[in-house]
Design a binder for this molecule. Structure first.
Ligand code: NAP
Length: 248
């Protein structure tokens, strides 16, 4: 019997990067998985294909988590397709870096809409269906500890997410729903490639400060999330695990 047999999980932003690795790891441990995407249908379909070829169960569902109706539809699709909901991984996120002189209202709103409002809306929809033993895992960032220059707005979204997670851990504890945070350090993904971080001085600086001496990979994060989703983590709530090769 695998650790997540019989469980149903929604992973937001699972068409690529860390979310794709999380979706595959949860499915490998036995969960049926809803692979959410915003625009990358081909990526989400590829993740579903990899899961089903390995004998798992998954569907791809489009939805912008920063829109209430779409977040709700995403969660309802899990219940409709698989009959229940046990795990929500709030992984969808965007990052843009800007020196303080270059921060605009649009930059701030884009980041906070997806990284903060998106988590609130998906969690609100999921809370209606999660029961005893439910697990919510929020993907934050080690940047709240590392304080990388040009990340003021992005780090602000993740600091807000950490605070929200602590509140919800207490708020949902009477229903025996756990809420925990995983904070990756720098991870090589499609997103960090297109943001220009991979190969940059920022990457070199982050790796140089990382005690384990390399950049992170999506699978380095996925196993930690699978642990938090499982009953092995039944006594953990309100925790933050910094999955960063030791940089903090
Ligand atoms: P990524 O490769 O850019 O992938 C981002 C995912 O989020 C994609 O699946 C994307 O979907 C989805 N997404 C974006 N906006 C969305 C929206 N409005 N609604 C639903 N989904 C949306 O990112 P990543 O590097 O894997 O990062 C994943 C998470 O880890 C983020 O929360 C990020 O802040 C956090 N993190 C990353 C790093 C790192 O170094 N990579 C470090 C610390 C924390 P589409 O492709 O379909 O648009």
């Amino acid at each position: 019997m695998s650790k997540l047999d019989g469980k149903v999980a929604v992973v937001t932003g699972a068409s690529k990067g860390i979310g794709a690795a999380i979706a595959k790891a949860l499915a490998k441990d036995g969960a049926a998985v809803v692979v959410n995407y915003a625009s990358s249908k081909a990526g989400a379909d590829a993740v579903v294909g990899a899961i089903t070829e390995a004998g798992g169960r998954a569907i791809a569902v489009q939805g912008d988590v920063s829109k209430a109706a779409q977040a709700q539809r995403l969660i309802e699709s899990a219940v409709h397709q698989f009959g229940r909901l046990d795990v929500l991984v709030n992984n969808s996120g965007i990052y843009e870096f800007a020196a303080i002189e270059e921060v605009t209202e649009e930059h701030y709103r884009r980041l906070f809409d997806v990284n903060v409002l998106g988590v609130l809306l998906a969690t609100q929809a999921a809370a209606k269906h999660l029961g005893e033993g439910g697990s919510i895992i929020n993907i934050s960032s080690a940047i709240t500890h590392v304080h990388t220059p040009t990340a003021a707005a992005y780090a602000g979204t993740k600091g807000a997410l950490n605070a929200i997670s602590g509140v919800l851990a207490n708020e949902l504890a009477p229903r025996r729903i756990r809420v925990n945070v995983v904070s990756p350090g720098f991870v090589v993904t499609e997103g960090t490639h297109s943001a220009g971080v991979v190969g940059s001085d920022m990457e070199a600086g982050l790796v140089a400060q990382t005690p384990l001496g390399r950049a992170g990979q999506p699978d380095d994060i996925a196993g930690v999330v699978a642990f938090l989703a499982s009953d092995d983590a039944r006594w953990l709530t309100g925790e933050e695990i910094t999955a960063s090769g030791g940089i903090r």
